[in-house]
Design a protein around this ligand. Structure first.
Ligand SMILES: [Ca+2]
Ligand SMILES: [Ca+2]
Ligand SMILES: [Ca+2]
Ligand SMILES: [Ca+2]
Length: 135
């Protein structure tokens, strides 16, 4: 009887480990510490397609970056001129630029803040093309 119980515990423990391994969805698009996080839609994609990208370093040309989806796979949908909300978990301020190379309208994302609606900022909605991390 004791042996059966311990076997059951081993099975349960293995099942738990598998569950954790199989649910990266918890982390997908949730903006972990150390990242600057872009979202295709307002309000961090809530109620909409879960297209996201995490950046850690400068990228002055988002034309060659592509959204990741809700299962963590890369799409063929370019990020350029599509960002609608951001979260700053990078640990420093980040400048958002309208044009490739870092020109045009710009908005500074303050370290530790979220903005679910870029339309009311200088950068505007669906215009972000360059990101300067730790300005
Ligand atoms: Ca790029
Ligand atoms: Ca958008
Ligand atoms: Ca805003
Ligand atoms: Ca742009």
């Amino acid at each position: 009887m004791r042996k059966i119980i311990s076997m059951a515990l081993v099975t349960a423990a293995a099942g738990t480990a598998l569950t954790f391994a199989a649910t990266p969805a918890f982390a997908v698009g949730s903006c972990a510490s150390g990242n600057f996080c872009l979202f295709e839609n307002n309000d961090f994609n809530r109620g909409n397609t879960n297209h996201w990208l995490d950046l850690r370093s400068d990228d002055f040309d988002l034309r060659n970056n592509y959204w990741y989806d809700g299962s963590g796979g890369q799409t063929n949908d370019s990020i350029d001129n599509e960002t609608s909300s951001v979260k700053n978990r990078r640990g420093c301020d980040v400048m958002l630029w309208q044009d490739v190379g870092g020109t045009g309208a710009h908005t500074k994302s303050i370290s530790g803040t979220d903005d679910g609606f870029l339309e009311n900022n200088a950068i505007g909605d669906n215009r972000l093309s360059a990101v300067d991390v730790c300005v």
